[in-house]
Design a protein around this ligand. Structure first.
Ligand SMILES: [Zn+2]
Length: 170
């Protein structure tokens, strides 16, 4: 796996950020899904019909529940959508780690990490049938477009991972 340099990736346009991000994560092959993922994201935005993320979560009867700790020990997973239980569980430990990672980021995403994470989960709610090989990239693109983020939301994974590795090496 290549060394992740989220700071360097930030200077690039969206599609290049996405490609650089996948490469850094050792998933360069997933780039072939890029056009379909953009299409998935746009379709999910249309499905919102102009509602905001908060309005849609409320209309869908979904509650956001905060949990201490992690989904499983050492997991980077920040939130889990439970369609049957109608809730999104946000995990305190990886969220705090992500917040730290974003504070050390050279540029701002202009949104609190929690909103970006919830927007990502909203995609999974809107598009439960999205093929697994596309779902994560599509969800990141959806969050990027919905919240009009200045950078590809998937960079947060790279930043989170780089931050954790930096701490482990320190
Ligand atoms: Zn996801």
């Amino acid at each position: 796996m290549k060394k992740i340099d989220p700071a360097g990736l930030l200077a690039l346009p969206l599609v290049d950020q996405l490609s650089g991000c996948l490469e850094a994560l050792g998933k360069a092959g997933a780039m072939r899904h890029c056009a379909s993922c953009l299409e998935d994201a746009r379709r999910a935005i249309e499905a919102l019909g102009g509602r905001t993320m908060e309005e849609h979560l409320e209309a869908a009867g979904l509650s956001v529940v905060d949990a201490e700790g992690a989904a499983c020990p050492g997991s980077l997973l920040r939130a889990v959508l439970d369609l049957d239980g109608k809730r999104i569980t946000v995990y305190g430990e990886p969220m705090r780690e992500l917040e730290e990672a974003m504070e050390r980021f050279p540029l701002s995403f202009g949104e609190p990490p929690r909103r970006i994470v919830l927007a990502h989960e909203l995609f999974h709610l809107l598009a439960p049938g999205c093929p697994p090989e596309r779902a994560e990239m599509s969800a990141h693109l959806f969050a990027t477009l919905l919240l009009k983020l200045p950078h590809y939301a998937g960079l947060l994974d790279a930043a989170h991972l780089a931050h954790r590795r930096g701490r482990a090496e320190a």
